[in-house]
Design a protein around this ligand. Structure first.
Ligand code: NAP
Length: 284
């Protein structure tokens, strides 16, 4: 039976340390502020935004919410971002994706000042991840690295396989594991003989978006299995990994819920704190 990687416990530890730092900064007269923009009525997005606001409140981070109607124009959204870019009390700006039709997501991402881009989606920050000289990392892969570190799991010299090549999860995950000296393969929907590749993995990350996609026969004995998926199976939240079967074979495994999910918001808070420290000259 595998050991469970407890994302709730790791995220609590990360958040506790952020809370202490935010409070110490406040004593020096430095505040930490995050602006969260939501356009439209997407129910999942509404929940994510509410959770981000709650996390800010818990940690003493000032959160400003901008809830805009579905018919907001691209021009109006870009104008708001422009205002927030020059707002001194706002250190991080997050525009919840997906955006309604008619708004060019890439244009919006590029409009956010790279210094305030706490999601790390701006091309400048993406490029900096590539060369290994970065301040911000997309929150989900950053959270996974944090969990591996917490459990003393090193990627050095390990065979690491990532299933999924999205800009938000798969690609940055692969780069981070490479920076940690793993030997990385990124798989996708056109990959041939997928299970032959996944069976070689010492560390296997599943970011596919398909319920119970990774089955026990795809996993090597003793592997570390990280499940990013958030899917519904008969109305129940479940990951990309067939947890019941794979957990009999893996060395370590993340559950869903309670694995990667709680880490994502914690890392958003960490990126916001980093932004505030940089903007106030506390770190270089
Ligand atoms: P995405 O943009 O839809 O990407 C899915 C990836 O899976 C694509 O690269 C796709 O390949 C690949 N794929 C699809 N079918 C495949 C197959 N049969 N074999 C191999 N690869 C296949 O999704 P995402 O944004 O990366 O998210 C992935 C999952 O993680 C979703 O369930 C999402 O809800 C979840 N998620 C969770 C968190 C969290 O905080 N826990 C955060 C972000 C995302 P192609 O590129 O070839 O199409």
């Amino acid at each position: 039976m595998s050991k469970i990687i407890d994302g709730k416990a790791v995220s609590s530890a990360v958040k506790e340390s952020i809370k202490n730092e935010v409070s110490a900064l406040k004593e020096k007269g430095v505040s930490v502020g995050l602006a969260v923009i939501l356009v439209g009525e997407d129910p999942a997005s509404k929940i994510y935004v509410a959770n981000k606001k709650k996390a800010c409140e818990q940690l003493g981070i000032i959160s400003q919410e901008y809830i805009l109607p579905e018919n907001t124009t691209e021009k109006e959204l870009l104008k708001l971002i422009d205002t927030l870019n020059s707002e001194k009390t706002i250190n991080g700006i997050l525009c919840q994706l997906p955006l309604p039709r008619g708004i060019d997501e890439q244009k919006v991402i590029k409009a956010i000042s790279p210094e305030k881009d706490v999601d790390a989606f701006h091309p400048q920050n993406v490029g900096r991840i590539m060369i290994g000289d970065f301040d911000f990392v997309p929150c989900t892969p950053a959270g996974i690295i944090e969990m591996l570190d917490y459990y003393g799991i090193s990627a050095e010299g390990k065979t690491c396989v990532v299933i999924g090549r999205s800009n938000i999860v798969g690609k940055p995950m692969g780069m981070l594991l490479l920076h940690k000296n793993g030997t990385v393969t990124i798989c996708h929907s056109r990959t041939k003989n997928l299970s032959e590749i996944t069976k070689t993995a010492d560390i296997l990350v599943a970011a596919v978006g398909k319920a119970k996609f990774v089955t026990a026969d795809m996993v090597k004995d003793g592997a570390v299995v990280i499940d990013v998926g958030m899917n519904r199976d008969d109305g129940k939240l479940c990951g990309d990994v067939d947890f019941d079967e794979v957990s009999k074979k893996a060395g370590y495994i993340t559950p869903v819920p309670g694995g990667v999910g709680p880490m994502t918001i914690a890392m958003l808070m960490k990126n916001t704190l980093t932004a505030a420290k940089k903007q106030n000259g506390i770190i270089g």
